[in-house]
Design a protein around this ligand. Sequence first.
Ligand code: PEP
Ligand code: MG
Length: 326
Amino acid sequence: AQQEARATAHQPAITRDGRQVSVFANIGSINDVQVAVASGAEGVGLLRTEFLYLDRTSAPTEEEQLEVYQAIAQVLDNRPLIIRTLDVGGDKPLPYLRVGLPEANPFLGWRGIRFCLDHLDLFKTQLRAILRASVGHQIKIMLPMIASVTEVRAAKVILGEVQAELNQAGISFDAAMKVGIMVEVPAAVAIADQLAAEVDFFSIGTNDLTQYVMASDRTNPRVANLVDALHPAVLRMVQRTIKAAHAAGISVGLCGELAADTLATPILLGLGLDELSVNPQSIPGVKQAIARFSIVESEAIVASALQQDSAEHVRQLISTSVIPPA
Ligand code: PEP
Ligand code: MG
C-alpha cells in the first residue's frame, strides 16, 4: 500500500466521481519545502513564519525574510505558496518583543493578528518582504487569529500603505496578490459571510478552532479528550464556514491536523473543502484516501456525522460506513 501511495503521490487527487481536491503542505522551514515537493505537494497551504522569529534576540530584517520566502518560492516553482503572517503569542513566546510574558489566558490573549496590529513596524517589515518575494511567484498572504471584520480591514489598510511605499520607491511586487484569513476563532465562523466579502480565500485552522469551540486548551493533557476536531460541534462550525465561503464564491481549505487524519477524509470531502493542507509526510496517504471516495457517498456520511452526539460516535460511524481498503 505504501508503494502504491508513493506511485500516485505526484498525480492530482481525484475522487471516484471526478472531483479534484488540492493537496498542499504545511511547512515551517526551507527543509520542509523540499520534502513537500518530493512528497507530491501541489503547493504550500500554510507557511508558518514563526520559525524566522524564534530562537534569536531581535526580529529578522526585511532582507533576511525576503531571502527565505524567495528560496521557498523557488523550490515550489509555480505552485501556490500561502504565507501566514506572524502568529506568536499563545504558546509561542517571543522574549525580545515581550510577547509570551505571563498572561492569565494566553490563548485568549495577545497573539496572531492582535499582536501584529499592535506592532506595526514589525508587521510592515514582514508585509514588505512578502510583497517583494511575490514577483514572479504565486504567493498569497494569510492572516491568523481573525475574530472580527475590523481586524481584516485594518490589516488591509496596512498592506495598502506598504504597497504604496513600495510603489513610491519603484520596488516591484505582485499588485494582485491574494489575501486570505485563517478561520480558527468561533467568532469568525459566526460572521463568515461578512469575512468572505473581505477576502479572497479561507483556510480553516481546526487546531485552534477545536480548542476554542470546546473551551479546552489544546496543550492541556487533562482536557485532551475534549480537543477532538471530529466532535459534531466542531464539524458543524466547519460546515457553516464552507457554506459561507462558497456562497461568496471564494475557495476554502483546511490546514489543521484533522486534514492529515485519513479517517476524516470522507467527512472533509463531504463537507466540500477545496483544498487540504497537511504535513509533507502525510501527502501520499491523503491523496490515496481521496481517490477511494466519491463526493456523493461522502455527503451521506457527513449528513449522518453531523447528527451524532460525540466524536467517538462520529469515528464509529465512519469506520462502519467505509469499506476498508484491500
Ligand atoms: C490551526 O490552528 O489549526 C493551525 C493550522 O495553526 P497553528 O496550529 O499554527 O495554530
Ligand atoms: Mg492556529
